[in-house]
Design a protein around this ligand. Structure first.
Ligand SMILES: NC(=O)C1=CN([C@@H]2O[C@H](COP(=O)(O)OP(=O)(O)OC[C@H]3O[C@@H](n4cnc5c(N)ncnc54)[C@H](O)[C@@H]3O)[C@@H](O)[C@H]2O)C=CC1
Ligand SMILES: O=C(O)[C@@H]1CCC=N1
Length: 245
């Protein structure tokens, strides 16, 4: 497939790296600020990976060269399909919300489009680099942004808090950070299996053991409330971005 990638920052470069690693897309045209804003005439998909505040200015100069049957695939949080379709008239739109682990071919990506061929094209682009999850409604992308796109940072923040508490409990900063990062990697390898989250927890939490004591303390400290607050705040922010705030 002939792909033009607009934006080569943290996510755009991760997507390009995943395509290179898996061979899913060969030789995409990568448009950065440093190159002329021109789509090759054979472009079948324009993947837009710039910041939500920058996309109108970035897409406008491409319209003259973007084929009328190319699909616009946005990975941007809080940019509505109707707005993309209005900016690139006639082109079908798909929205995808990936994580940066697409660089290793191990991301997760929510996919939505009102147009079935555009949705199928988004799958061709992201199935090789992510576990792809179809959404029925565009609005669900905001929740997917919270629990996928943003969520790796939430897990890192919890790991940071655990490491800080490990220092309080007597570990050196270096030991606490290495041990906590290793624990996060261990959690990640469990998450890569078919086991349910409940089973993964049960395998570690011996009855009457240390893990159960810690899990109970997390609930007492309102872990569920903290998770809900993070998701609600991310959803609200995505909705605000969609309004142009
Ligand atoms: N970083 C992440 O983990 C995730 C990011 N996203 C979405 O991806 C999009 C990009 O985010 P990041 O990569 O984190 O931001 P970033 O700031 O690292 O990258 C954006 C890139 O776009 C480039 N750019 C801006 N205007 C341009 C133009 N006119 N022509 C060509 N390039 C231009 C910038 O120079 C920059 O390299 C955002 O819309 C965000 O919502 C979605 C999921 C995860
Ligand atoms: O923080 C953000 O707005 C973007 C979207 C998901 C991850 N990064």
């Amino acid at each position: 497939m002939r792909v033009t990638l607009l934006g080569h920052g943290r996510l755009g470069s991760a997507i390009a790296e995943g395509w290179r690693l898996t061979g899913a897309v060969s030789d995409p045209t990568i448009l950065t600020r440093a190159v002329p804003p021109v789509c090759p005439p054979e472009t079948q998909a324009l993947v837009v990976a710039v910041k939500p505040a920058a996309w109108r200015e970035a897409v406008a100069p491409l319209l003259a060269t973007l084929p009328v049957d190319a699909v616009v695939v946005s990975v941007m949080a809080g940019v509505l399909a109707d707005d993309l379709a209005a900016a690139a008239p006639g082109r079908p739109v798909a929205r995808v919300m990936p994580t940066t682990a697409v660089a290793q071919g191990q991301g997760v990506a929510a996919i939505w489009s009102a147009d079935e061929p555009a949705r199928a094209l988004a799958h061709r682009l992201f199935d090789p680099i992510a576990d792809t999850v179809d959404l029925d409604e565009e609005a669900m992308l905001d929740a997917a942004t919270a629990v996928a796109g943003s969520a790796p940072a939430f897990f890192y923040a919890l790991a940071q808090a655990l490491a800080a508490a490990g220092v309080e409990a007597g570990l050196t900063q270096d030991a606490a950070e290495r041990l906590t990062r290793g624990a996060l990697r261990s959690a990640g390898s469990g998450a890569g299996t078919d086991a349910s989250l409940e089973d993964l927890i049960a395998r570690i939490a011996s009855p009457g053991g240390t893990t159960r004591a810690g899990l109970d303390a997390l609930v007492d400290a309102d872990l569920n409330g903290a998770g809900a607050a993070a998701v609600q705040a991310a959803v609200s922010r995505a909705q605000a971005l969609a309004r142009g705030d």
